[in-house]
Design a protein around this ligand. Sequence first.
Ligand code: AMP
Length: 114
Amino acid sequence: MEETIFDKILAGEIPADIVYEDEAVIAFRDINPQAPTHVLVVPRTRMRSIADAPGKDIKTLGQFVQGIARTATALGLDDRGYRVVFNTGPDALQTVEYVHAHILGGRKMSWPPG
Ligand code: AMP
């Protein structure tokens, strides 16, 4: 798989505004925020998108999901709530081919999403 910008952030080769990290994930602020709080959670184990999840071990996937929840807690979003988005493939406008969860919060969301 081709190296992505998120591989470089994980390797410490380019800077990021990191808000949470643990053994399984790193979470940093999106450079083009779509909400008052907009953070990306990236697992240290590479996957192209969430569509690769069936081929991954349950521990890796579980730690990724726990990392998303722990990031939201660290951001103080638990009381008001937040949205988690996995853009997957061209119809969803996925632009970085390294799986990432968007955490969006700090404002009332609308539904359906655009
Ligand atoms: P997606 O469209 O779901 O693939 O989302 C990729 C996200 O990565 C976009 O919201 C971009 O704004 C964000 N992004 C791209 N480069 C960086 C970067 N260097 N640091 C933080 N966020 C980034």
